[in-house]
Design a protein around this ligand. Structure first.
Ligand SMILES: Cc1ncc(C[n+]2csc(CCOP(=O)(O)OP(=O)(O)O)c2C)c(N)n1
Ligand SMILES: [Mg+2]
Length: 353
């Protein structure tokens, strides 16, 4: 006997096109003009914060840093869909969503100056710390979501991973676990087309990254990751469903992987130009301007006020005095003796004595 035992498909969602036109049928009713203006302001803020950090890095005032230029919608759309008590599990490029969830701006600069104190404050916005080892945040996210369910709590867990990260075993194990235990784990793939110099086509033969959810038996969708409205809608539906879900946001890293990288070595200007046409900020601005909700004066006032806040945060971070003990203190919830010994030889303090 032969029969088909599985049939699947992946839906694609775009609500606002590259010129700022909306598909009214798909527009979430709760997204008022005020909310869209707020989304726009946060996207702009994320871009300004990013540009300032890059400029400080070039002056030697901040160390190696991973810019988010071009990926603003993938973060701000999700920030607006999450509730305050939902738990964020980021990787290392998510300062846009940190900003929208209320991270004190100075913490951002303190972290990128290399001080642990900037990482610890992520607790205050219900986020785990930065995870640089690719995909290692995923088992943590699944474990936290399991803990929420086990304790009868209601928070959803929202984890971020890159296109490259989806090639790691940790990723598959985590979405599989979430499927088996029906966890409220929403995984956002920030598919920015590159994993340093490795293109998306070098990661997998799969037609979409979203379809990796199919084997785990969980919901999935691919969205235009440069459309903040579509990202919001997909994340909001997934969070409300309380089911595990995988959302592939198709976006593009317009800048370098990190400040130690030179992308002109491995990709063409034409490719970058093509994606600049799909800029996530430009299209929201076009939408707002068409509705007479935004103009040059509002834009320049907003940028001025954002830059004032950013510059004040830089001053705060530059006068910050780090405590060397903090790099030993925050590795484990309870300090093992070996770390205490290292701390003693480095800074003369011993937790155990
Ligand atoms: C386990 C592991 N392997 C390799 C690296 C080096 N590395 C840092 S970021 C990165 C690429 C990640 O690409 P992607 O997941 O697409 O995220 P993106 O940087 O594009 O946001 C690599 C290979 C690492 N940090 N961890
Ligand atoms: Mg990537």
């Amino acid at each position: 006997m032969q029969k088909q035992v599985f049939e699947g498909y992946v839906e694609y969602l775009q609500i606002m096109d590259e010129d700022g036109n909306i598909d009214e049928k798909l527009m979430p009713a709760e997204l008022s003009d005020e909310k869209i203006i707020d989304m726009y302001k946060y996207m702009l803020f994320a871009r300004n914060l990013d540009a300032k950090t890059l400029s400080l890095q070039r002056q030697g005032r901040v160390y190696t840093f991973a810019p988010l230029l071009g990926e603003e919608a993938t973060q701000i759309g999700v920030a607006f869909a999450m509730k305050k008590d939902d738990i964020l599990v980021p990787s290392f490029r998510q300062h846009g969503i940190f900003l929208a969830r209320g991270l004190p701006l100075a913490s951002h600069f303190i972290y990128w100056k290399g001080y642990e104190e900037g990482n610890i404050t992520l607790k205050g916005i219900n986020s785990t710390p930065f995870a640089v080892p690719v995909s290692t945040q995923m088992p943590h996210a699944a474990g936290i979501a399991f803990g929420q369910k086990y304790q009868g709590k209601n928070a959803s867990v929202v984890a971020y991973i890159g296109d490259g990260g989806t090639s790691e075993g940790d990723f598959y194990e985590s979405i599989n676990f979430a499927g088996v235990y029906k966890l409220s784990l929403v995984t956002i793939i920030e598919n920015n087309q590159w994993a340093i110099s490795m293109p998306r086509s070098g990661q997998t033969a799969a037609q979409t990254l979203a379809q990796k959810a199919v084997a785990a038996g969980i919901d999935c969708i691919q969205v235009d990751g440069n459309d903040v409205i579509a990202v919001y809608k997909a994340a909001s539906d997934a969070i409300k469903s309380r089911n595990p879900a995988l959302i592939e946001c198709v976006t593009y890293r317009l800048g370098m992987h990190t400040t130690s990288d030179d992308p002109t070595k491995y990709r063409t200007d034409e490719e970058v130009k093509k994606w600049e046409q799909k800029d996530p900020i430009k299209r929201v601005k076009a939408y707002l301007e068409k509705k007479n909700l935004w103009n040059d004066k509002l834009e320049s006032d907003e940028i001025q006020s954002q830059m004032d806040r950013i510059n004040k945060a830089v001053e705060e971070a530059e006068s910050f005095k780090p405590d060397p003990v903090s790099m030993f203190k925050n590795v484990y919830s309870f300090m093992p003796e070996i770390i205490s010994e290292e701390m003693e030889s480095a800074v003369g303090a011993n937790f155990w004595l």
